[in-house]
Design a protein around this ligand. Sequence first.
Ligand SMILES: C[S@@+](CC[C@H](N)C(=O)[O-])C[C@H]1O[C@@H](n2cnc3c(N)ncnc32)[C@H](O)[C@@H]1O
Length: 268
Amino acid sequence: MTLKKGKLFGIGVGPGDYELLTIKALNVLENVPVICSPRSSPEKESIALSIIRPILKKRENREIKSTSEKINNDFKNEESCNKLIYDEETNIKGNKENLKVLEPVFPMTEDIRMLEKHWDEASELISGHLNKGIDVAFITLGDPSIYSTFSYVQKRLEKNFKIEMIPGINSFTACASSIGKPLVEKDEILMIIPKINENIGNLLKEGNNFVLMKTSRNTEELENIINEQNVEKEITSVQNCTMKNEKIIDGFPKNKPYLTTTILKLKK
Ligand SMILES: C[S@@+](CC[C@H](N)C(=O)[O-])C[C@H]1O[C@@H](n2cnc3c(N)ncnc32)[C@H](O)[C@@H]1O
């Protein structure tokens, strides 16, 4: 008999506010045996994992509660007292085994060989569980289809395993909500730009609305190409959108945490 393989979920956990998780994501994350959450370095906590902390806490409490219910039942029968300690121990061990959190490192580097090595290792770690019939939920900030670390393991595993993507609220629609303005109206065009480069002048000619992601990597020089466009414009940046330390800034900010996105509107 061949063992049924586990399923891989690629889950978007939204931009930061726990309440922006979807019910579908919640249902999987409350029950899946393995959660995989890559971090950028061994010292840093993964942002996606910090978003779902309340679920991890809830699962921990659920396991503890089921242990104490078991203890109460066993106490009704005095003969089972010895067994009780044994059960309690196995249950606590079981608790750890019931939810396993994998945190492979995906370093923030542009060295593609180094990145591929880390993506391969993470994919192997995940496939080790899937091959044993264990489901794995890979969590990712925002939505898994937008510049997400999930896509690298997805490409490596999709031939051999069943994969289900669960969309999340992405950063830029959340930013538009925080700003309180529509992203696009009528027949306007929206362009999503992961990194401003020298081609930005040409792109600006083509559209009306631009999402500039990874603003923290911008140079002032490239930002000036935008600032100097001879057209009425609105530039708004959002930092740590939907989180407790969210900031909305007119223009490009001087200090740029990693979670900074800029929305640019050109009135043509
Ligand atoms: C690797 S991309 C991940 C995008 C993500 N998958 C999504 O759907 O939005 C990281 C970039 O997304 C943007 N971002 C993600 N979360 C954000 C937040 N809470 N506030 C502002 N920008 C955010 C920033 O531009 C950041 O540099």
